[in-house]
Design a protein around this ligand. Sequence first.
Ligand SMILES: [Zn+2]
Ligand SMILES: [Zn+2]
Ligand SMILES: [Zn+2]
Length: 395
Amino acid sequence: MDGNEGDPSSASVNKKKRPAESSGGGEDVDNNSYSPFLKQNYVRLYPDNSTNVEFKVFVESADKKDKLGNKSPIYLNHIFTTDIKGVIGIHRVNANKIAAVFKQSNNANNFITNATFLAKHQLRAYIPAAQIEKTGIIRFVPTNISNKELYNKLSSTSEIIAIRRFTKKVGQERVPLQTVSLTFLSNSLPDHVQYDLFSYRVFDYIPPLQQCFRCFKFNHSAKVCNGKQRCSCCAGEHHYKECSTPDEVRCCNCSGPHLAISKSCPIKLKKIMEKKSKITYASAAASKQLELEVNFPPLPAVNKTQNVNSNKFNNKNVNKSVQSVSNNVNKNKQKGNEPVSQDFSPKAVDLKTQLINNDDLVNVIVSTLIQLGNKSDDNPITTSFIKELLFKNLT
Ligand SMILES: [Zn+2]
Ligand SMILES: [Zn+2]
Ligand SMILES: [Zn+2]
């Protein structure tokens, strides 16, 4: 008998994980060892060695009710061309803000620090984080190490400017997890960070999907929503607190019988997957991690004859299929045969093209990614777990 059934604290363990919210300043952050730790007095400016081709600055009105994004271009052109050096374009980002684009980093930095201009027109200017910062995560960090201690101890090829510990809500409490997010002053993530001799691998951070609490669509917040107020219960055009039919549950995104915020909504699931696969593919392309993770067998010696031309992919024979591609590569080279369908060469890049063009194999990889994305338990997604799942799908 383990007597665990019905324990409310274990029932609520599967809550969404996210790093603790930033307190928005360099002060008061070390009161609690799990509060975000931010570099003191950090001001976001373009570094001298920035690899950007253009330098964007977001501009908003200091008065939140004054919507700069809706101002006339005549007014905006006037104030920017009169007073600001080096600006090569302005465009609307949303109702609240515009972006000013500079060709040179020092002009962008001078604009951000131009207190006279900003005060005169009651504006605030800042560099969007994504332009100069990149956030990654490290795993299996003992929870008895505070964020401040990590900040002081961790070393990396890129400067670390923020450290946030992931937490999980258990009942009313937030419990620290072993995953920590690190924000670097860089456009790309370093492979590793060092804690003395110990090296932590840095993974991409995939932020939670944003859902608007006004229209319940995705990837924007209610603050900038142009959509209509929808009811999260019945999908009607009213706030859920004013709902007269709260028992008739209907999702305003897919019309299914669930709340608009439900994780079982197929549209929400698709959006989550899109987000995950976008980042996964981007990082795979950048670091060639895919080859490492999937660990395809090495090129075998020339010998067997197998048919690569078969479009039908046999799941049980993925290894053979990979082999046969390379066998044909070698065969064609030796005997001077006509290439089977493409110009094969023994380079890995051609093998990769073959793999990419193999729809069945790609489908197996995609469905593995979907399963990883839909995974609802809290077990970490390790390399061996991904491999195991992939191989299970292949057989
Ligand atoms: Zn909205
Ligand atoms: Zn309603
Ligand atoms: Zn739905």
